[in-house]
Design a binder for this molecule. Structure first.
Ligand SMILES: Nc1ncnc2c1ncn2[C@@H]1O[C@H](COP(=O)(O)OP(=O)(O)OP(=O)(O)O)[C@@H](O)[C@H]1O
Length: 380
């Protein structure tokens, strides 16, 4: 665990970059520092690897003051990823990734093998190993940056706006892969971003910094959305707070209805009275929507409107289900199991009735994916 104890940083000239910051960054979790420009996020991050020394207070790693270790030694256990990746332009991709192993005097073969293995891990083809950074896209360079930080398998990773310099589509891909990687590696990660959506997507725990280096709220993403500590945090989170909260509400306890689900072999007359029916095949996989009143005979002969988006019951959030309902011609969200078979449907109003009070008592989605994530370590 990384612990900040009353950390203050005052620069010559009087700028207070950090003002009495106390906070824990739990092991194996992602703690995100978010906030306004100049709020002290980067300064806070850099006190962990001693790139910045606090004016007062201390930073501890597993109870030990970081000042008890020489910076070089300390940094060996701490991966560091920055915006624009910061790769060495005159070194090949594999040599960039193997930077720390070379410093640790691993033999060349082992270091290169590790670099190639990591390239695969971060979604790069091994055939790119001999390229130079200028021959890679921005997104690929960021992946190399992540691989380089992971090379010596440090327990801690510090990431300063690592995905900010790429376009939104690539950024979303990098975020998804980063979460997948973290599911396997369980590093203790401190991640700086100015983007609240990125913070909510990636963070187990979010620390909001305000200008003047003040820490205004430390909370799980769901609590931050549900209970912003003050107007500054509420303003920073922005609009759509209610809808975003639905991302943390789970679908495993939803009551789904089978009323509108019919096999293709059924007769349209069986569904008389229904506006829309969802026609399914023999494996209950959805084929499409139809209006039974407009069909004579078996539903297999009916013209079908596309199913649109479905949601995985239990795995997807209420927000995903609501999206599916809005996009469905029938206004019904189709819930499916792992195999894609229909479990039942839910109307938008059923989905909006799900409690999302953000006090941790509702059925939460496992942070869109993993049991180990999600409780965020609570407040403070
Ligand atoms: N070496 C320095 N000397 C003097 N002032 C500094 C120094 N480094 C940072 N600051 C000041 O400290 C404050 C906090 O800076 P910091 O970079 O930590 O903020 P940040 O939250 O990471 O901002 P951004 O999102 O813009 O990167 C700012 O006012 C900045 O100008």
């Amino acid at each position: 665990m990384i612990t900040f104890e009353g950390v203050t940083k005052r620069y010559p000239g009087g700028t207070v970059a950090l003002d009495d910051v106390s906070l824990d960054c739990p092991d194996g979790r992602i703690t995100v520092f978010v906030g306004t420009s100049g709020g002290g996020k980067t300064t806070a991050l850099r006190t962990i690897n001693r790139m910045v020394e606090p004016t007062s207070g201390r930073v501890l790693i597993d109870g030990q003051d970081v000042r008890e270790q020489r910076p070089a030694e300390l940094r060996r256990g701490i991966g560091y990823v920055i915006q624009h990746a910061g790769l060495f332009p005159h070194r090949t991709i594999e040599d960039n990734i193997a930077t720390v192993p070379y410093l640790l005097r691993w033999n060349k073969k082992k270091a290169r093998e590790r670099a190639l293995e990591l390239m695969e891990r971060v979604g790069l083809e091994r055939s790119m190993a001999k390229r130079y950074p200028f021959q890679m896209s921005g997104g690929q360079q960021q992946r190399v940056g992540v691989a380089r930080a992971l090379a010596a398998d440090p327990p801690i990773m510090l990431m300063d706006e690592p995905f900010s310099a790429v376009d939104p589509v690539v950024r979303a891909e990098l975020q998804d892969e980063f979460l997948r990687l973290q599911d396997e590696l369980h590093k203790t990660i401190v991640f700086v971003t100015h983007d609240i959506d990125e913070a909510i997507k990636l963070g187990d725990k979010i620390a909001v910094f305000q200008t003047g280096g003040k820490l205004v709220q430390v909370d799980s993403p769901e609590n931050l959305l549900a209970h912003p500590a003050d107007d500054f945090v509420a303003g920073f989170i922005g609009q759509n707070r209610g809808i975003r909260t639905l991302s943390f509400a789970g679908t495993s306890d939803l009551r789904l209805s089978d009323d509108a689900v019919r096999p293709a072999t059924a007769d349209a007359a069986d569904a008389a009275g229904l506006d829309w029916v969802l026609v399914v095949d023999e494996g209950r996989r959805p084929l499409g929507w139809t209006r039974p009143a407009q069909v004579a005979g078996a539903l297999s002969t009916a013209p079908l409107a596309p199913v649109g988006a479905t949601f995985r019951v239990g795995a997807d959030s209420v927000r995903v289900a609501l999206d599916a309902a809005v996009l469905s011609p029938a206004g019904l969200a189709v819930g499916v199991d792992e195999a894609g078979a229909v479990i039942g449907t839910a109307a938008g109003t059923d989905l909006l009735a799900v409690p999302t009070h953000g006090d941790g008592t509702h059925d939460t989605v496992a942070a869109e994916g993993d049991d180990a994530r999600g409780d965020g370590g609570g407040a403070g």
